[in-house]
Design a binder for this molecule. Sequence first.
Ligand SMILES: Nc1nc2c(c(=O)[nH]1)N[C@H]1C(S)=C(S)[C@@H](COP(=O)(O)O)O[C@H]1N2
Ligand SMILES: [Mo]
Length: 407
Amino acid sequence: RLRGFMQPFEQAGSLDIYPASTCARVVASGGCGAELPVSNNVPAVDPEQACQDALDAELVVHRAHPLNCETSIPALLGGVVMPNAHFYVRNHFQIPSLDADALRLSVGGLVDRPLSLSLNDIRSMKSQTLFVTLECAGNGRSLFDPVIEGERWNFGAVSTAEWTGVPLTEVLDQAGVQAGAKEVLFTGADGGTIDDGGHPIRFERSLQLDQARNAEVLLAYTMNGETLPLQHGYPLRVIVPGWYAVASVKWLTDIRLIDRSFKGHYQTQKYWYEWERDGGIVREPVTLQHVRALVTDPAPNQEVNPGRFTIRGVAWSGAAPIARVEVRVGDGSWQEARLVSERKRHSWQWWELITRLEAAADTDEPAKTTIRARAFDLAGRSQPEHAEWNRFGYGNNGIHSVSVKVI
Ligand SMILES: Nc1nc2c(c(=O)[nH]1)N[C@H]1C(S)=C(S)[C@@H](COP(=O)(O)O)O[C@H]1N2
Ligand SMILES: [Mo]
């Protein structure tokens, strides 16, 4: 409707229409002209351009600096993977602009043979391709009540891609891990200061050695058959299947084997659940993605006709493959949906349910009804009605509910 209304104006010049939610959020975070985050001295991608590209791709932009934007739910519909332009983006600092020819991945610390690998070296090693769903631990944060500080993610901070790279284990074996090594520390090129007057830090995360070996971790340089895009970690990033995506360090420059638990900011200050229980605080690190289903079709508040009706969505879990998905229309009983695409260990699973919607009872008013979906994984996990509130708003896998108008 808005486009129709604006058509005459379009004849006078070019016209861009963005979802109001995008504009409101960017303005609330200080607008496109907001101060840039304090970043390190690595050259950065032009932030205006990065934001413009996200808007052009119809991502829902939450913040321009650093760029944070989610996939709109309707865009989740469709293929198994999310096209690169529509894949959600989560940044803590400015996007570094790295020279791939000059990149040397340094592998050091407790190894027998420290390595300095060019991208060509890495590309010539044995490669592996995996479908992996990345989800931000803060996905769904905006639904927690009371409100929690941090990016106000709705449901779209999740996307799936086909990643190609070298298995981390290949690199570790080439370097020769020494007996005393406990953790693998990954360092990104991006960084800055996080509190006033503090020392600059880089974006860093670690995995315990056995986690790193068991999780089929990739050092990826290709995303959906294309060179890894700038905002997704060009030229090289970590992909940790099944884990909340904070573990998947972008713009990877250093791997270090260390003999202690890493205590960096994004490891110990953030990305912990902090629940208030029985007057005390219970803490637990954010690791595997919780089991979760999303309804992608119908869209919220969509007007639908009574009768035969198809409901579609995705479901995923970090701990195990999806066992089943159940859907409930209004106060009806839970019905089992059909799992559509083939099962891929680390990728979300499409599902659909063909059902009937009842007509509104003899009134002219459209009847509102809710559609809810819940997933179960093969590890026996399922979703709570509402996820337990935690201080930073992580891991919200409360049952997704979409309301529609039956006309
Ligand atoms: N170097 C670096 N890696 C990073 C981040 C970051 O800010 N810097 N953000 C992490 C978080 S919290 C998420 S959710 C994912 C997002 O990956 P994407 O932007 O490719 O979707 O990257 C992770 N890796
Ligand atoms: Mo995240």
